[in-house]
Write a protein that binds this ligand. Structure first.
Ligand code: GLY
Length: 434
């Protein structure tokens, strides 16, 4: 790989903070964040979508760039950097369509015979409403484009499906992403995140994890970017993991190659393990690390992440040894601003960040910023992700919640789910799937 002097991490979330935290253990090179957050060092004031300025910065600082979020990927940051002979980790624009267009992704899966729910595509509200009225099945309504995890509506009735369709076509939140909607049959089961490093030819799976997407306990309420995660998840047994690789991940990389797309980066499959059959179905593809999955997965990684990033760029993943994982469980709890994923306030001073931490606990920042006096203020919906390691899921959960209870920003202004990782404990206590 081309020699580089510094690392540039693009993004500002808990995922980017955790990637930076891990890389800091792997290298002595200086790590910049663009734009970063209140918990990251060496922040530069460049928006993660300002590709030209990022490119200029990477040239001047001879950086190896790691892209966290989907937006710059979908805008073509990798294509631009490669054109300028700058090393960069992440998929190019055409690969990113797997996430930036649900329609592309569903049609690709249908074409390649990759297991996913049956679906139809609509470009106007009235024909979508006609369709759900005439269907006897429960449905999931999805916007075609990027919507920060908030463009998926799992509907319990025809009424809620109609409301979702009307919201997508009337709400300003979806202006950029609602040209098409996808309506798919609902699959019942348990969801998990399966994320792999890919270099266009070969894949190396990361540890498994489970995200908690809904805002309220018991998986109730609207979808968010993710309210907590834990790793590994007992839901994905070795047998199911192998099935996911054989039936989903490898055919996806091969299928993309067949249509002229070389996928290099993190491929993230949101998987539904269907109740009864134990068959894995793809709910969605993402083209990056998950957030907050990254926080719980990377906390357990016991080998250099940087070496794997370099191997992806050089297309030599097949020569890399398996990743070593700490024999510990991790639980990550997201502390959010009350009101998220709807309206919320920002600018509140966060107290308790100097609470005691041990070696196995991390507070990854997301929606935070530092003011001129060095105080950390809230600056977004998902504010912090508290991640702990322990020998058991119960132990890691207890550690994380104990720290969560010490962090505050005002009178009852912080919000978190109280049941993160409970499903993992239930899976362990129930009959393990084969
Ligand atoms: N946690 C879900 C995502 O990263 O898309």
């Amino acid at each position: 790989m081309k020699h580089y002097d510094t690392i540039l991490i693009v993004g500002s979330g808990g995922r980017e903070h955790s990637i930076g935290w891990k890389l800091l253990q792997d290298t002595t090179k200086k790590i910049f964040f663009a734009p970063g957050n209140g918990g990251t060092q060496n922040n530069i004031e460049i928006d993660s979508s300002d590709l030209l300025k990022l490119c200029e910065f990477a040239k001047q600082n001879n950086s190896f760039t790691i892209v966290g979020p989907e937006k710059p990927l979908s805008l073509g940051i990798v294509d631009l950097f490669e054109k300028n002979q700058l090393p960069i980790f992440g998929p190019n624009k055409s690969s990113s369509r797997l996430e930036s267009s649900k329609m592309f992704s569903k049609l690709f899966m249908r074409g390649m015979g990759i297991q996913t729910a049956s679906f139809s595509i609509f470009s106007d509200a009235s024909s979508a409403i006609e369709y759900v009225k005439s269907s006897s099945k429960k449905v999931v309504v999805k916007v075609d484009g990027l919507a920060s995890g908030k463009g998926v509506f799992v509907c319990d009735s025809t009424k809620s499906a109609i409301e979702a369709i009307q919201k997508i076509f009337n709400d300003n939140e979806f202006t950029d992403s609602r040209n098409k909607i996808i309506i798919e049959d609902r699959i019942y089961g348990d969801e998990a995140s399966f994320i792999a490093l890919c270099d266009g030819k070969c894949i190396i799976p990361m540890a498994t994890s489970q995200d908690h997407k809904n805002i309220f306990d018991g998986d109730k309420g609207p979808n968010t970017g993710g309210m907590g995660s834990y790793s590994p998840t007992p839901l994905i047994t070795e047998k199911i993991g192998n099935k996911i690789v054989e039936k989903i991940m490898s055919p996806t990389i091969r299928g993309l190659t067949d249509i002229g797309i070389r996928f290099k980066g993190f491929l993230y499959a949101g998987i539904m393990i269907e109740r009864g059959s134990n068959e894995p179905y793809v709910l969605e593809f993402n083209v990056r690390m998950g957030d907050p999955e990254s926080q719980s997965i990377l906390s357990r990684m016991d080998t250099s992440l940087l070496k794997y990033f370099e191997a992806v760029v050089d297309e030599r993943l097949d020569s890399m040894p398996p990743i070593r994982w700490k024999d510990k469980r991790s639980v990550c709890i997201v502390l959010a601003s009350r009101g998220y994923p709807g309206k919320y306030q920002t600018g509140k001073i966060i107290h308790g960040l100097d609470s005691r931490f041990d070696n196995d606990t991390n507070v990854f920042h997301a929606g935070t910023k530092k003011n001129s006096s060095g105080e950390i203020l809230t600056n977004g919906g998902r504010v912090l992700s508290i991640t702990s390691l322990d020998d058991t899921i119960e132990g890691a959960k207890k550690k994380s919640y104990s720290l969560v209870s010490e962090i505050h920003w005002g009178d009852n202004e912080e919000y978190y789910r109280t049941d993160i990782a409970s499903k993992g404990i239930e899976y362990l206590n129930s009959t393990i799937r084969d």
